[in-house]
Design a protein around this ligand. Sequence first.
Ligand code: GLA
Length: 393
Amino acid sequence: MLNLRLGVTAFILAALGGVALAQDPTLAATPPMGWNSWNHFAGKVDDAGVRAAADAMVATGMRDAGYIYVNIDDTWEGERDAQGFIHSNSKFPDMKALADYVHSKGLKLGIYSGPGPKTCAGYDASYGHEEQDAQTYAKWGIDYLKYDLCSYRMILRQQAGADRQKAFEMEKAAYEKMHQALLSTGRPIVFSLCQYGNFDVWKWGAEVGGNLWRTTGDINDTYERMADIGFGQLGLAKYAGPGHWNDPDMLEVGNGGMTDDEYRTHMSLWAILAAPLLAGNDLSTMTDETKAILLNKEVIAVDQDRLGKQGDRAYADGMTEVWTRPLSNGAMAAGFFNRDTEPHSVTLKLQEIGFGRNAKLRDLWKHEDVTATHGNYTVMVPPHGVVMLKVSR
Ligand code: GLA
């Protein structure tokens, strides 16, 4: 079935004479949503913690809101056996049983590796074992792989030296190699490229099977870093679409380093960017405010809009910026962002974004309809905060 679907896509793309997008079109038709262990737990992730995250995703309503992937990041890896097959370490006594558990909750399980000999945290990665690792993941029942460059940079230094073109080709080939290995398992596995945006990955990530690709270095739980990354995504919209997304990194919502206004900015901006929504907090201790942010169905609907068009900045005025995203049925999402530490009033001129005076406006954080006056909607935006609207005809 998978091969048939791939065959049909390849045929359609060949017929269109377009770039061959080499992934299963039913995978990541909208940006992947889920949870990842790294931002909060880092090296402290274990089997019990992943089960607890899965339980919490069901209990809090996150699963039903669309958060489906439970992704184990770095530090699960154990030793390779005499045949070269990887095993999980003592924190994960039985990966297959864990996958069964996660699946029994209606969720999917993700895992982490990389093309180098070691992961960023110094554990065994897939260099020279790509086929075997892909087979192992499929056998365990893995549904998502984040593939992190890390120590492959050492191989690049050794083999390509200062030859940038050679380094680019090697890096691309390393991702393609795992892509082929995943395809040959016959199991649909979302392929998440993590090489921090090197060599303008958005231009070729889809060609090597990427369903998503990180566009930047790591996020952290500060407004400065989040804003730097988020507002820095200018001009990347045209590279994203169903099955292949720009990834400005995982969410920090609920980790405590930002105010709720800042986290609303984070969530709104990521939704306008059609970014993967991978919560990175401890799901068992969420405040009501954190839940209200991660579970805002109207904002999630923007992120998951089936048109799959990423938004971009419409205009900036000093410390305020308006970002818009085209949605299905001719609607549009508009985020009014205030990057200053003082409140600012922002005006949306409906005509400037292609809407007439009788457009319908809805505030997606207040969950209420609002009205424009003479085609203008003016609103106060809190420091580092956002007002997010859906504009419909
Ligand atoms: C890199 C990645 C992070 C995380 C760590 C794990 O820094 O960019 O997202 O996966 O490695 O070691």
